[in-house]
Design a binder for this molecule. Structure first.
Ligand code: NAD
Length: 338
């Protein structure tokens, strides 16, 4: 439980991954809260990378724990020692969940429940559960509100939906302060090259063709990771217990339009595109209505896509040593979705 003056202690699960590491660097950066202590708990799967936390490693307000969110004993001790939990840890790649869903169920469902059990035991704490717009399934036109029924299609989305439902059930059953965020497709620096933008950018930097799924008509709303971090912070500091908040970027693009912009940003042409068979059960379109977080908490996406993409491409161009080893470990060639 948090009492004024003493630093707020936040446990960040999955903080060595793409979004979690942005969150940690941002909170410990110049615009972050004054009195805060952060502990990252991360299993360091293929997606977790200690290099993402190099900038904060020596910060006295930062600690790293290598461990599993499903380890009940460890989670109990960590939850006891923190005031709030921001829960990013997950298996996050749709294509991997199609190839095999066991790790997805384990981490995304059992891991979330392990945290919830510990939070109930220790009481008085807040959980921000980071989820995805994919839990709703697919929408042809218009946008989802937060009370839309969940109709997930991929095993990834189904395990995230299960995590959301059990988290909200712990709010209703035990009165736990749980706040759920559901965001659209993130992009930015430090994203694993299995995801579509870094996959395409790093392929093009190597002069390789990029694989475009199906006819490229699938629509995604792109959210700069900085804006996602802004939204999560608004929910952590001002959100209401038991509520779901959407976080979108406001840039809807078909995968074909996205491909065109990435080609342009990398100085390549359409002859660099290879059409590959569509992903199984590929959702046509996701779209979240962000009225609630805008009106209740003042959220505004601040990053425009053109400059965000240019900055992202420049980062991958300058950080070959970060992504080359990750690409060597990749067996799965194509993707079109985070
Ligand atoms: P990521 O795959 O880059 O990072 C996941 C992190 O979790 C890694 O550091 C990994 O080591 C860690 N992890 C995995 N299993 C673990 C376990 N059992 N115990 C402890 N740590 C474990 O993912 P990301 O893109 O940063 O996504 C973070 C969160 O945001 C996820 O919950 C994801 O579902 C959600 N999300 C992501 C997007 C997106 O576009 N990337 C969109 C919507 C929602």
């Amino acid at each position: 439980m948090h009492h004024g003056n003493v630093p707020l202690r936040i446990l960040v699960t999955g903080g060595a991954g793409f979004i979690g590491s942005h969150y940690v660097r941002s909170l410990l950066g110049p615009g972050g809260p004054a009195e805060v202590r952060l502990t990252v708990l991360d299993r360091l799967t293929y997606a977790g990378n200690p290099a993402n936390l190099a900038a904060v490693r020596d910060d006295p307000r930062f600690a790293f724990v290598h461990g599993d969110v499903c380890d009940a004993g460890l989670i109990d001790r960590l939850v006891a020692a923190h005031d709030q939990v921001v829960h990013f840890a997950a298996e996050s790649h749709v294509d991997r969940s199609i190839a095999g869903a066991a790790e997805f169920s384990r981490t995304n469902v059992l891991g979330t429940q392990t945290l919830l059990d510990a939070l109930v035991r220790h009481g008085g704490r807040t959980l921000v559960h980071v989820s995805t717009d994919e839990v709703y399934g697919s929408i042809g036109a218009g946008s989802w509100a937060e009370d839309e029924p969940l109709r997930p299609n991929s095993p990834y989305a189904a395990t995230k939906a299960a995590g959301d439902l059990i988290a909200l059930a712990f709010h209703r059953t035990h009165g736990l302060d749980v706040r759920v965020t559901r965001c659209s497709n993130n992009y930015g620096t430090h994203q694993h090259p299995e995801k579509v933008i870094p996959l395409f950018v790093t392929h093009l930097l190597d002069g390789r063709p990029v694989p475009l799924y199906g006819d490229g008509s699938h629509v995604r709303d792109w959210l700069h990771v900085d804006d996602h971090v802004q939204g999560i912070e608004l929910v952590r500091t001002g959100g209401r217990p038991g509520e779901v908040y959407h976080i979108g970027g406001g840039t809807e693009l078909t995968n074909k339009e996205l491909t065109g912009l990435v080609l342009e940003a990398c100085g390549a042409g359409w002859d660099s595109v290879e059409h590959v068979p569509d992903r199984k059960a590929h959702d046509a379109r996701y779209s979240v209505d962000c009225t609630k977080i805008r009106t209740e908490l003042g959220y505004r996406p601040r990053r425009d896509f053109a400059s965000g993409l240019a900055e992202t491409v420049a980062w991958y161009r300058a950080h070959r040593t970060w992504w080359e080893p990750l690409k060597e470990g990749m067996t799965c060639r194509s993707t079109s979705r985070s």
